[in-house]
Design a protein around this ligand. Structure first.
Ligand code: ZN
Length: 408
């Protein structure tokens, strides 16, 4: 990939993604895959006025060895060093950037049972730090090609050609392959704004999903719920784009308000394994039955992780002809694949999808109907013929999606 274009991408991540301002501190988490690009990002951060940029490097094969050799007991607590790091991160950095590049198969062979138990055990220790940072930090996730990831996506190409093809795919999906990516994102963000304003003005009570594959699901929305997309804001009002790319307009539905059945339209990669051709049946908002041609036991385990794992945390609306879906590339990575078409997530919802959340405690937010869980797993349900009808309190129906795309 041409260096000039990569510089534009680095600038997009720093200016539009994080929106780094003078005097801010930036924490960057990155793999060892594209150190030259990370260097460009760090330089853009300083050019934008950052006072300190810290890069925490990781290497997936090392993470794998830790997962394999450490005992469940050892993995079940944060070490004092890890705890101090979380604390320092929460208190001292105002921007956090995650650069994704890992191999989707890189953790294969790791005992998933052990890892999910360890995650359950450490979650209460990590949760307060996460909560402290939520809506206070600007953050962004973007991606660069790792060699193994590129080979997985483009198996027929040589390693160097696969990496190049992957750069192109990432930049195209991220609307970063044009002359002026920052301008392209301004337009993208204003399109999100207009759609969210329209949806929020309708005062919808339900979304009714229908598709020829059998999907027939009614999802209840929160009376104070909001649709959002693109730009998010910190409590202090600083704008940032948490995901590059993003194509979704989304909301968190009412936990406990879904009836019917939904069929997957793409395979789901969960804990390094594939769950394919599956359905979830909901009663009173909770999954009561799962079926899958592949990975049914894992799917069952996923929705049983905790009380909220079998309830919806997100409804995302994405036209079936999104750039990612049109490219036909399967990235084996949620950041990209979730932007291909409409999806739901089971597990925790988003506080910012509730009006006035800033003044509420976690208990209040939960009581208002935002789902709470240790997991948040997206799965694709969008089809070319998908219809979504919004239903108002008085029964009035508004077509939201028609033939897989926006109806307005
Ligand atoms: Zn989503």
């Amino acid at each position: 990939m041409r260096k000039a274009q990569l510089k534009k991408y680095a600038k997009l991540i720093v200016k539009t993604g994080l929106n780094v301002k003078k005097g801010q501190t930036v924490f960057v988490a990155a793999g060892l895959d594209q150190p030259d690009f990370i260097t460009m990002v760090v330089e853009e951060c300083y050019k934008a006025g950052a006072s300190e940029v810290f890069v925490e490097w990781s290497h997936q094969p090392v993470s794998k060895l830790n997962a394999q050799y450490r005992t469940l007991e050892s993995l079940s607590h944060l070490t004092p060093w890890e705890k101090a790091k979380w604390e320092f991160k929460a208190n001292n950095y105002s921007c956090r950037l995650f650069i994704e590049s890992s191999d989707p198969d890189g953790m294969n062979g790791v005992d998933q049972e052990k890892m999910s138990k360890a995650r359950q055990a450490t979650y209460p220790e990590i949760k307060p730090f996460r909560q402290q940072m939520e809506n206070r930090h600007q953050w962004c996730i973007a991606a660069v090609p790792g060699k193994a990831w590129a080979k997985k996506v483009f198996p027929s190409l040589s390693e160097s050609k696969a990496v190049e093809a992957m750069w192109q795919a990432i930049l195209h999906a991220s609307r970063a392959d044009s002359k002026n990516p920052i301008k392209a994102w301004k337009e993208h963000n204003s399109d999100f704004r207009a759609r969210c304003d329209y949806l929020n003005g309708l005062g919808l009570k339900y979304l009714e999903y229908k598709s020829a594959n059998g999907t027939d699901l009614t999802v209840e929305l929160l009376p104070d719920g909001v649709f959002t997309g693109g730009i998010e804001k910190t409590l202090k009002g600083r704008a940032f784009n948490p995901n590059i790319p993003t194509e979704e307009v989304f909301t968190s539905p009412k936990a406990g308000g879904a009836e019917g059945i939904v069929y997957s339209s793409k395979p789901l990669s969960y804990m390094g394994e594939l769950i394919d051709n599956f359905s979830l049946r909901f009663e009173n908002g909770k999954v009561v039955e799962v079926k899958a041609e592949q990975g049914e036991a894992l799917l069952q385990k996923m929705v049983s992780m905790d009380e909220g794992a079998g309830k919806l945390g997100e409804c995302a609306l994405i036209p079936y002809d999104s750039p990612i879906n049109q490219s036909g590339v399967l990235f084996y990575n949620t950041l990209f694949d979730e932007n291909a078409c409409c999806h739901f997530a089971v597990g925790h919802g988003f506080n910012e999808c509730l009006k006035g959340f800033e003044k509420m405690t976690d208990e209040e937010i939960k009581a208002r109907g935002i789902n709470d869980s240790m997991i948040h797993v997206d799965f694709m349900i969008g089809t070319a013929d998908m219809s979504i009808v919004g239903i108002k309190e008085n029964g009035e129906r508004v077509q939201i999606f028609k033939n897989g795309g926006w109806a307005f």
